[in-house]
Design a protein around this ligand. Structure first.
Ligand code: BG6
Length: 488
């Protein structure tokens, strides 16, 4: 909680995209809402030579371009003096000593600090080491917290070794690993839907749920990030973190309380119960694909086999979920930007109505995470003026209708505020990240195995992905749901 000390937020990699598009607009908005500590300062650190004024002008541009709220010059004029810049390298002891001196001078001896790693991941351990060597992680005069952006490692071994390296200097309670999906309102609402209502939880298990689908579709392609993305691919970029996090929230047991330890313990239990895939399972239960034209994108290797789309079927081996498949899919250059979770219930056990001889469309609960945030509940109704004809109808909740069009803040706002207040519930713990890599690693290694037994599929930009993904569900007698929740 707020100990009344001045708070410094140091952003490493401050001249980059993330600071300009997300971090500073979010901090500015928190300030407009009166949620920042009484005394705070945002210090950018990076290689680029910026004066304070140039740094401020660069960020003002970012706010004008990327913030979701109206830019008001007087508000910016009040906020801009909290921004300062320190030029420095990520590997130089003298530069870190300068930073330390700069921060201590403003703090006058006592102050809290957040160090935000918005740099390429290769330098995370260096920065932590140098902060430690220059005494900047010492907590005698105020707390010290370190925020680490994704990607956290590229596989289980590298994530573990990164954890080991940073644990030499930091306690786990000081580390805030970001997964920005957890900062999204609609993602937090998964737990509220489940645990602040009594009508869903009794049905939330293998007795009533047929399967779960998690879709995170993007309309954009690889854009200017090919240098990073081509070596990474969709499983590392989206599944290890965002999709598996969504899955844990859908599948976890109710925690005893809403505190970070209780919540994260339950998430780790889910991840540990996901059945690890063997190579033969990978062929049956995954699809990897690339959008046509990807190899012609700037910065992509001409022979690249990097998947830009994947579909994965996972099973959770526990009492609640045994036999209920979780189908996860995500890709770039798809038809629409949308993230949704579909819970499909089982068909009624007895077919009573003469016009529904074959089967009755199962009930569905669809959690729309973005862009039209809401929750839809699909159930069967009798078509008026017929003897017993049935049709599916929807009950819809849209955030925009209930809370207003601008009610949903940027995910980073919530995450930055939680870092300031010291609430780590929405950040991933060391064991959680490692366990998630343990699920992804066997899939990637089967995909990369020399016999290439599973071919790379291709899909048209603007489609819903490759036919192979439909076939994967088809083998189970199922279909993916579409944007409006209907089955294609
Ligand atoms: C990031 C990925 O973590 O999430 C990007 O690195 C992806 O490739 C992005 O585009 C999607 O986030 P959102 O919030 O736009 O769904």
């Amino acid at each position: 909680m707020d100990n009344g000390l001045p708070t410094s937020i140091v952003i490493f990699g401050a001249s980059g995209d993330l600071a300009q598009r997300k971090l500073v607009p979010s901090l500015f908005n928190l300030c407009r809402k009166g949620r920042m500590p009484k005394q705070f300062r945002i210090v950018g650190y990076g290689n680029t030579a910026f004066s304070d004024d140039q740094f401020r002008a660069h960020l003002e541009e970012g706010v004008k371009q990327f913030a979701s709220f109206e830019f008001k010059p007087d508000e910016w004029a009040a906020f801009a003096p909290t921004l300062a810049y320190q030029q420095g390298r990520y590997t130089d002891l003298a530069d870190f000593k300068n930073l330390s001196g700069f921060l201590s001078k403003w703090e006058e001896g006592f102050g809290n600090r957040i160090y935000y790693m918005a740099t390429p991941p290769g330098v995370f351990p260096n920065i932590v080491d140098l902060l430690g060597l220059t005494g900047q992680l010492d907590e005698s005069n105020g707390w010290r917290r370190v925020v680490i952006e994704k990607p956290f490692g590229t596989d289980y071994a590298s994530a573990r070794s990164l954890n080991e390296q940073i644990h030499k200097t930091l306690n786990e309670r000081q580390i805030y690993r970001i997964d920005h999906y957890l900062g999204k309102e609609t993602v937090q609402n998964i737990l509220v839907t489940r645990f602040a209502n009594t009508i869903f939880e009794p049905l939330w298990n293998r007795n009533y749920i047929d399967h779960v689908e998690i879709t995170v579709a993007e309309q954009v392609g690889v854009e200017h990030r090919a240098r990073f993305y081509d070596g990474v691919g969709v499983l590392r970029d989206m599944f290890q973190n965002h999709l598996l996090q969504l899955m844990t929230l859908v599948a976890m047991e109710p925690p005893a309380s809403f505190d970070a330890t209780a919540l994260r313990n339950e998430k780790v239990k889910v991840l540990s119960s996901i059945r690890p895939m063997k190579e033969a399972d990978v062929i049956q239960n995954t699809v990897r694909a690339q959008y046509q034209g990807y190899r012609q994108e700037e910065g992509v290797q001409t022979e690249s086999t990097t998947p830009t789309y994947a579909a994965v079927k996972l099973q959770i081996d526990n009492w609640r979920w045994q036999g209920v498949p979780f189908y996860l899919r995500s890709g770039k250059k798809l038809k629409e930007k949308l993230s949704q979770i579909t819970i499909e219930f089982k068909e009624p056990p007895h077919l009573l109505f003469p016009n529904a001889k074959e089967h009755i469309t199962p009930n569905m609960l669809v959690l729309y995470l973005q862009p039209d945030e809401g929750v839809h509940w699909r159930f069967e109704a009798k078509v008026p003026d017929t003897a017993s004809q049935l049709r599916s109808v929807d009950m819809e909740f849209h955030y925009a209708d209930s809370f207003g069009k601008t009610a949903i803040p940027e995910a980073y706002e919530r995450l930055l505020l939680d870092t300031i207040t010291g609430d780590a519930s929405l950040f991933t713990r060391a064991d959680e990240v490692e366990t998630a890599w343990g699920i992804i690693d066997p899939i990637i290694s089967a995909w990369d195995s020399p016999d290439r037994s599973q071919p790379l599929a291709f899909y048209e930009p603007g489609s819903w992905g490759p036919a192979e993904a439909d076939a994967m569900l088809g083998r189970d007698g199922r279909k993916w749901s579409t944007w409006d929740g209907r089955k294609e």
